[in-house]
Design a protein around this ligand. Structure first.
Ligand SMILES: [Zn+2]
Length: 382
């Protein structure tokens, strides 16, 4: 996402499995048997690692009816959903599952609905606070980076096919897969030079005002930004994930990530993300053959690996400053489209698994951190 530099170095070729794949992505290994095994990895795991789209689609289980296949799946990973197709898909999932409810949380600059899927057991309303961990995930803030959107649609669909999801005993999940819906529909085959697919084209980076929505979390000049922050105010998530695709340096990782690094983010938030959560997720994804590392780009001299800015105009920095566990997800632009979807999906699931496992502890940590922050702010002299 936020790369302003391009391709200063090439540091790819072989994964740590010892055999380079055609697109630099890791080769298949069996999925792990941790929490995620019960749902997704077992359903879609191994096949997605193959870069040939026909082989990948063969792994979409026959039990998924045609009307619940994503545009990416149906097109043999050559296309991505229009905003209307996203809306139709979400409506079908809503209809299928009593645990999924779609809500319009605003309208884009061009008047398109901004739809989020609420995945929860019972009659959950935004603003409701209970024991469950609350996670908000968005895709397509930069619309050409569309594999996150398709991955999130798969996640919603797979929940819809699991009527007794144990996850939802401990988790309330809100997913906004197509945040920049206006940009999504300005499809073109050359919108993302260098990105490997989808061949039929992808959306553009900015919204209809030509604003970069991932630079708008302070000024909130865009309708989309105001609507999303309003959704965050109502839902009050403990975890926020923003799904992107890289457009910079070449490296060996199917996906890179980052966490807030603004020095004003509370130490508790940064510490749990950097010292506990990300190292464990990296280890777990490694057991699935998905190599991950911190997001960045090489500097001009190719001697330093540098991340993006610390300013709260970026989504994950803003989340961190709100006292939220903010996570940036960046699938690798030069990996195949199918692999990127798999990487994005498994990374989001790994985050959710981790937070479900440590739900009580992380909920307490986030809420105590916010209470302390507010108390400190109120105690400051005039
Ligand atoms: Zn991006």
């Amino acid at each position: 996402m936020p790369s302003e530099r391009r391709n200063q170095n090439i540091n790819s070729g072989s994964s740590r499995l010892g055999k380079p794949s055609p697109d630099g992505a890791p080769w298949a290994r069996p999925a792990s048997s941790n929490w995620s095994g019960w749902l997704f990895a077992s359903i879609f795991g191994v096949g997605m690692l193959l870069s040939q789209s026909v082989a990948v689609v063969a792994q979409v289980p026959a039990s998924v009816p045609d009307e619940l296949r994503t545009v990416a799946e149906k097109s043999l990973f050559t296309a991505t959903s229009s905003s209307q197709e996203v809306e139709d898909f979400l409506a079908r999932c809503d209809q299928l599952s009593e645990h999924i409810r779609c809500v319009e949380y605003g309208r884009t600059v061009e008047g398109k609905p901004m739809t989020a899927a609420i995945l929860a057991k019972g009659n959950f309303e935004l603003g409701q606070k209970d024991q469950r961990f609350r996670a908000l995930v968005i895709g397509n803030i930069h619309s050409g980076e569309c594999d996150g959107k398709e991955a999130l649609l798969e996640i919603i669909r797979n929940f819809a096919l699991q009527p007794n999801s144990e996850w939802l005993d401990k988790l309330v999940l809100v997913i906004a897969p197509n945040y920049n819906a206006d940009g999504n529909d300005k499809m073109g085959k050359t919108n993302r030079p260098g990105q490997v697919g989808p061949d039929a084209g992808m959306g553009v980076r900015p919204n209809a005002q030509q604003f970069d929505l991932n630079r708008d979390f302070v000024k909130l000049d865009s309708d989309e930004g105001r609507n999303l922050v309003s959704l965050m105010d109502k839902f009050d998530p403990h975890l926020f994930i923003d799904c992107h695709t890289t457009n910079g340096s070449r490296h060996r990782y199917l996906l890179t990530y980052d966490v807030p690094h603004n020095p004003s983010v509370e130490e508790n938030i940064r510490r749990v993300l950097r010292e506990q959560m990300m190292p464990e997720l990296t280890r777990r994804l490694g057991t699935q053959g998905i190599d991950t590392f911190y997001y960045g780009n090489f500097d001009r001299s190719s001697t330093r690996w540098e991340t993006y800015g610390f300013e709260p105009r970026y989504s994950t920095e803003y989340a961190g400053l709100r006292g939220v566990l903010g996570v940036l997800s960046e699938s690798y632009s030069y990996a195949s489209y199918a692999n990127r979807i798999r990487g994005s999906r498994e990374f989001v699931l790994a985050n959710l698994n981790y937070c479900v496992e440590r739900g009580d502890e992380l909920t307490r940590l986030v809420e105590r951190t916010r209470e302390d922050f507010i108390a400190t702010a109120k105690a400051r002299p005039e």
